[in-house]
Design a protein around this ligand. Structure first.
Ligand code: BMA
Length: 329
């Protein structure tokens, strides 16, 4: 039995699995949990991140507006299922207007570390790069330097220092819909200067795992287990009807997390339900956060559906690790 290393979370949202599950995740039966009208001016609410906060949960949500501008908004929930999302974007403070000036903000992740909640997101700065801010109250967010030069997306922190350094995954990209993409790990002493870049893994070659053959990108904050870091990520194939986004998993070395121990050949969750296949961008499942309960091994995953609404799905650490170990490449 694999163990999650972390805190117990007795109030994790949860439903028992249906009798027959071929793939490790099963969906919440009242999905989607957040509709496109999640706040007063939203066209869509998706690709969003949640964490335990006080006696409930808090999160940073991607809400595209009715004019289709992209920004990030704080939200709060007692049960992780029903969310109150603010109507005004999160307030970012910082000394340098060159950094804080908003172009666009999307696809947030939230990582709890050393008493602070670090938010990373795709930040417009002459093209997409990775923005970083921290908060301790989900009211004031202190914006730090952008981590990388443009163009980059999917900046995802590891939830503790490894070998004395902060580590962050990312996916170098272009200014458009990026028809390529591999995952790298970058390291930092201070969360300002990032270097020691290491290649982790790339898009799959040929048809060895075709659902992830065009590009991949890290999803939620990795989950620490006694066997290594469990990484949930998205993989993309290009089809005659456009890109299709599915969800996979890999197990990474605990001290050198760019070393991949197992990488699942089969996907874990894919756009099969109507709300995942039909929406503003059809056929997209895009994971940005998990909640975990170290006492039971339960995992609840929040994922964007068709770039329109937010879904929730459940699994356990054992199911995922068994699945990827049985059929790894
Ligand atoms: C990516 C990002 C994601 C989005 C996906 C599918 O490039 O923009 O936010 O979910 O495309 O449209």
């Amino acid at each position: 039995m694999a163990k999650i290393i972390g805190s117990a979370l007795p109030n994790i949202p949860w439903q028992e699995p249906p009798a027959n599950t071929r793939t490790p995740f099963w969906r919440y039966d009242a999905n989607p949990i957040i509709g496109r009208d999640g706040n007063a001016h939203s066209n869509s609410v998706f690709n969003s991140a949640v964490v335990p906060f006080k006696d409930g949960f808090a999160g940073v949500f991607r809400c595209d507006s009715l004019s289709i501008s992209m920004d990030i908004f704080a939200g709060f929930s007692k049960d992780g299922l029903h969310w109150d999302i603010e109507d005004t974007p999160i307030h970012l403070v910082g000394d340098d207007p060159e950094v804080t000036t908003r172009e666009y903000r999307y696809d947030p992740r939230v990582c709890y570390m050393d008493g602070k909640y670090y938010v990373t997101w795709c930040n417009g700065y002459h093209g997409p790069t990775i923005g970083i801010a921290w908060t301790d109250d989900f009211k004031t967010f202190h914006q730090m330097e952008n981590a990388f030069l443009p163009y980059n997306r999917n900046g995802v922190l590891f939830p503790r220092k490894i070998q004395g350094r902060y580590m962050m995954m990312s996916r170098p990209s272009d200014t458009g819909h990026t028809p390529f993409g591999d995952i790298f790990v970058s390291q930092s002493e201070d969360m300002v200067y990032w270097g020691r870049h290491r290649f982790m893994m790339g898009a799959a070659k040929g048809d060895e795992s075709a659902w992830q053959s065009m590009k991949i990108g890290p999803g939620p904050i990795p989950i620490e287990t006694d066997e290594g870091w469990l990484l949930i990520y998205h993989g993309v194939i290009n089809t005659c009807n456009g890109y299709v986004y599915r969800i996979g998993a890999a197990l990474l070395d605990i001290d050198e997390p760019w070393k991949v121990k197992y990488r699942g050949k089969d996907y874990l969750l894919a756009p099969h339900e109507l709300y995942e296949c039909v929406g503003d961008v059809p056929n997209v499942t895009f994971p940005c956060a998990t909640l975990t309960d170290a006492a039971t091994g339960r995992i609840a995953m929040y994922y964007g559906c068709a770039d329109t609404v937010t879904g929730l799905a459940f699994t356990t650490v054992d199911r995922v690790l068994d699945y990827i170990k049985k059929n790894s490449f």
